[in-house]
Ligand binder design. Structure first.
Ligand SMILES: NC(=O)c1ccc[n+]([C@@H]2O[C@H](COP(=O)([O-])OP(=O)(O)OC[C@H]3O[C@@H](n4cnc5c(N)ncnc54)[C@H](O)[C@@H]3O)[C@@H](O)[C@H]2O)c1
Length: 285
């Protein structure tokens, strides 16, 4: 698709004075942004995200990219849009499963950065998913973007802090990989991954009941894990994660609700325990 877009841009006689508008979900935003960042070594672009996930996450922060047949998200760059236009009304046509999956990332922001925000989500998640309170929805979307902006401004190229945005993503990416990117929406896999990461957090410093957090995740109506999924497969996929450093896998854990930190080299036995805990949960529908 990227190649087709380059072809069309050449045929249209596009110059650096033109602008590319990415109107769509995260796939469109990442693709259009990548094409904008590389065509003529950079054409300005604008993000108009139309899914919950794109409005709170992928349109902000400057990561753009395309997939390769051998791996997701391996080719990309950092390229910021001139601006991001977020209109919550467009979410009315998004199906409920997509909306719900996007709210996994919303919950993630509360968990990693803002306890009060997390409590707002606990009290209002149903009305948010149902889009029945647009005023609150707008505040929630804004808060997510602000949290992401603050983190990205402190560490744009993910040398450290930015990695906390990946809470739940180590196991989440592994789940997406072992199910061939066909079974889960991204947010759903992250929701499951957060359950495993909560278990690990509890084994370290997190001394609150993780059940109440899992209860909130449960309200997202995510699909169950496939029946034949095994911890060994997931661990194998984690070892192939692109975010893995030569020195080992970096995990994002919670010290408390609203405060995340990075933990490196968690023993494989503990990772297996967390994976098995996640598999045992009866959260999905
Ligand atoms: N760049 C980043 O920082 C970043 C962060 C997170 C995720 N991502 C990427 O984002 C992608 C997922 O994005 P997504 O969840 O938005 O999925 P998506 O772009 O595939 O959109 C989901 C579906 O919703 C449809 N759709 C979009 N807006 C709609 C609307 N308003 N009404 C009706 N249908 C609509 C799309 O056509 C698509 O079928 C993944 O590829 C992921 O890797 C990027």
């Amino acid at each position: 698709v990227a190649n087709d877009l380059y072809t069309q841009l050449i045929q249209l006689g596009t110059t650096r004075e033109d602008v590319i508008i990415a109107l769509g979900g995260g796939v469109v935003g990442d693709l259009a942004g990548f094409v904008a960042s590389t065509f003529l070594r950079g054409v300005p672009f604008i993000q108009v995200p139309t899914t919950v996930l794109a409005q709170v996450d992928s349109s902000v922060g400057g990561k753009v990219g395309i997939n390769h047949a051998l791996g997701k998200n391996l080719i990309g760059s950092f390229y910021h849009p001139s601006f991001v236009l977020i209109d919550p009304l467009v979410l009315e046509t998004l199906d409920e499963r997509e909306r719900s999956a996007g709210f996994a990332e919303v919950i993630k922001y509360g968990l990693i950065a803002d306890k009060t925000f997390f409590h707002t989500l606990q009290n209002n998640i149903d009305s948010l998913i149902q889009l029945s309170d647009f005023k609150l929805l707008q505040t929630v979307l804004e808060r997510c973007c602000q949290i992401k902006v603050d983190i990205v401004q402190a560490d744009e190229k993910e040398k450290g802090l930015r990695a906390i945005l990946n809470f739940g993503h180590t196991l989440g990416h592994a789940l997406e990989a072992v199910t061939n990117y066909e079974y889960f929406l991204h947010g759903e896999a992250v929701a499951w991954g957060m359950i495993g990461a909560l278990y690990l957090s509890e084994k370290y410093d997190f001394n609150q009941d993780i059940k109440s957090v899992i209860h909130l995740i449960e309200k997202l109506s995510i699909p169950e894990l496939p029946v034949n999924i095994a911890a060994g497969q997931i661990i194998h996929a984690i070892k192939r994660d692109k975010k893995r450093k030569r020195s080992g896998q970096v995990w994002v854990l919670l010290e408390q609700i609203g405060h995340a930190y990075l933990e490196q080299n968690i023993p494989t036995d503990l990772v297996r325990e967390a994976t098995e805990y996640m598999i045992r949960q009866k959260v999905g529908i």
